[in-house]
Design a protein around this ligand. Structure first.
Ligand code: UTP
Length: 289
């Protein structure tokens, strides 16, 4: 079955980016000139996704408006002859179908995914966490859909991390099939370096099968009293093989300040219109440090 649906959970409070996130979703904070959520939706669209189920909380307005037509703006851009900008703005609204589902209370990532049940139905689907920006030639979620098409198992994006970082991630206990593919035996959420079964950390991209919904429905709250997606995937692994896939690409954790700044600097350096002057600025700055 082809993967056409992607779930993007965006109902968290974003406390690590306060006060910027007090009255706007963190997914609308821009990297250079584009909201982070747009990068992630573009990745999904470039991977063949046709329907996005966006799980939102209280402050969804700005996201909805961003992906909707903006009649007054488009009219003004047309009248003033700013046709390139007009085209860019229109493309954002025409890109893909987005369905908004409200998570009334932030009961955890697992619960946020469960909120998509009615829209996803009985088909495998992709999950993209908008905190993780992954820049790659072939979109990361496309790489994972290809692994799913071959294996028919669930697929988790993984990346090797330094020993002192394992306590920030879900870590795999897994058997290596090849350099990029791993068969999951089990997972541990945020272990200490001594407890970690490997340094393979789960990143914010998943391909899941619809059985995950019935598992989530009956799952008790786990760590931090939240319904944890990791707990549900451990149960899923008993009946359907779960794989870890070491995707190709550069990942930025834009849900925290340092990751956000790194993404801003590195993506600005890739922009043709900023490349020359911004590179010069960074070089001069580096000399002063
Ligand atoms: P995080 O753990 O990063 O939480 O959620 P957060 O609230 O967004 O950020 P901080 O830690 O307070 O700064 C991981 C992803 O899961 C979503 C978040 O929006 C984020 O994309 N999420 C989390 C939900 O949609 N609902 C929840 O109940 C929890």
């Amino acid at each position: 079955m082809q993967i056409k649906n992607a779930v993007i959970p965006a109902a968290g409070f974003g406390t690590r980016m306060l006060p910027a996130t007090k009255s706007q979703p963190k997914e609308m904070l821009p990297i250079v000139d584009k909201p982070t959520i747009q990068y992630v939706i573009e990745e999904a669209v470039a991977s063949g996704i046709e329907d996005i189920i966006l799980i939102v909380g209280r402050d969804k307005r700005a996201i909805e408006d961003h992906f909707d037509y903006s009649f007054e703006l488009e009219y003004t851009l047309e009248k003033t002859g700013k046709l390139d900008l007009l085209k860019e703005v229109r493309q954002i609204s025409d890109m893909v179908r987005i369905h908004y589902v409200r998570q009334k209370e932030p009961l955890g990532l697992g619960h946020a995914i469960y909120c998509a049940k009615m829209h996803v139905g009985n088909a495998p689907f992709a999950v993209l966490l908008p905190d993780d920006l992954i820049i790659s030639d072939k979109p990361a979620i496309r790489q994972m859909i290809d692994v799913y098409d071959e294996s028919k198992g669930a697929v988790l994006a993984v990346k090797r991390v330094a020993e002192q970082q394992v306590s920030s991630y879900g870590i795999l206990d897994a058997e290596e099939i090849d350099k990029q593919l791993f068969m999951v035996r089990d997972m541990v959420e945020k272990p200490s370096p001594a407890e970690a079964p490997s340094n393979l950390a789960v990143m914010g991209r998943y391909i899941l099968s619809p059985e995950i919904f019935s598992i989530l429905e009956n799952l008790p709250p786990g760590k931090n009293n939240e319904i944890q997606l990791t707990d549900a995937i451990r149960v899923l692994n008993k009946t359907r093989q779960v794989y870890g896939y070491a995707y190709e690409g550069q990942r930025y954790d834009v849900g925290n300040k340092e990751g956000f700044l790194r993404a801003t600097v590195e993506l600005a350096l890739k922009r043709p219109e900023l490349q020359e002057s911004f590179r010069r600025y960074i070089k001069d700055l580096a000399v002063k440090l």
